[in-house]
Design a protein around this ligand. Structure first.
Ligand code: UD1
Length: 312
């Protein structure tokens, strides 16, 4: 019987968490509806029990939760622009899915759920860095959906005694992030295009900034959350990031060095629903979890470019 359940296990973040859990000798079950997750991401995870099923199906949630102690809930339909185009799908795959999972977890006696929140919850507030005490101000349907799930986490902690914890991820990147969709994260897209000698497009003037967070930091925060004493983390929301930010223009310049791409970037109008700047205050995760970013932006980007280069 699996002790850990990873949702979205065939996706970028889920597969990375599952891989580390297996390395640490945990028994792992994964679930993924393969809408944006990919079967090929399961390579190397053969020791994981895998369910190709959808969290919007309560029976699938019940099967997934049976016998489980801790859930790492990474499944979602990521992307701000996708949610602007299709808010209903975004809601179904984030909110409906999460509520089904919570109900199944409660009924199966799961002890702890660690939820993948999003920095988009903060919205375009001028205050930087963003800290957890700030009033959320979601702009996109994606941000609203991810935030709604945070509230469900807290509600289930208070009402049903589930140990829920929310990690608000800031622009995660690294190996296994899908570069091939119009909704892919910017660094995955840029790495792939620039390695192929194709021109990347910067939406806006490139002065927007992000606290880009390498995947290993996110995996580490999840494992720390799984191990933390319940009274420290239950019902809490924590930023998971690096506490530094960089503009897209600067990022493009570093990627030119790393990829050998010699061209310029194309510029196009800013995307609707985008926020301009994002930077995390990571003191709370440090205090409650002992979290410390283990891989900085440049090193993370170097490893990421290497990974895409090998894949190409
Ligand atoms: C947002 C959330 C993030 C969430 C992610 C899920 C914020 C601050 N972050 O990321 O927490 O996990 O959605 O999808 O809200 N861009 C280009 N060219 C491209 C692609 C993107 O210039 O080809 C630009 C975008 O316009 C944006 C920036 O790069 O300004 C980052 O975009 P993206 O990688 O999609 O992430 P966010 O929308 O910031």
């Amino acid at each position: 019987m699996a002790r850990c359940l990873v949702t979205g296990a065939a996706g970028f973040i889920g597969r990375s968490i599952a891989a580390e859990l297996l390395t640490r000798g945990e028994s792992v079950r994964g679930i993924d509806n393969l809408l944006t997750g990919k079967r090929e991401n399961l390579a190397g995870l053969e020791a994981m029990e895998f369910l190709a099923a959808d969290l919007t199906d309560p029976a699938a949630c019940a099967r997934a939760c049976a016998g489980v102690d801790t859930i790492f809930h990474e499944a979602a339909l990521a992307s701000v622009p996708r949610s602007v185009q299709d808010p209903l799908s975004s809601n179904r795959n984030c909110v409906d899915a999460t509520l089904n999972l919570l109900l199944a977890a409660r009924d199966a006696g799961v002890r702890r759920i660690i939820y993948a929140g999003s920095s988009s919850a903060y919205g375009d507030t001028p205050t930087l860095p963003k800290h957890e005490e700030m009033t959320p101000n979601p702009i996109s349907p994606y941000a609203a959906a991810k935030l709604a799930c945070e509230h469900y986490m807290r509600s289930f902690a208070r009402l049903y005694g589930l140990e829920t914890v929310v990690l608000r991820y800031f622009n995660v990147f690294g190996p296994y992030q899908d570069p091939g969709s119009p909704y892919s994260g910017v660094l995955a897209v840029f790495c792939q295009r620039m390695l192929a000698g194709e021109q990347p497009t910067i939406y806006g003037d490139g002065l927007q900034s992000r606290d880009f967070t390498y995947i290993d930091n996110v995996v580490e925060a999840n494992l720390l959350s799984a191990a933390a004493p319940a009274d420290k983390i239950t019902g809490r929301v924590m930023n998971v990031a690096t506490g530094t930010r960089i503009t897209l223009n600067e990022t493009f310049a570093i990627l030119r060095e790393l990829t050998g791409y010699r061209g310029e970037a194309a510029y196009a109008p800013p995307r609707t629903g985008d926020i301009h700047d994002s930077l995390a205050d990571i003191r709370l995760a440090r205090e409650l979890l002992g979290y410390q970013p283990c891989v900085d932006f440049r090193e993370g980007l170097r490893r990421t470019v290497d990974w895409y280069r090998k894949g190409a």
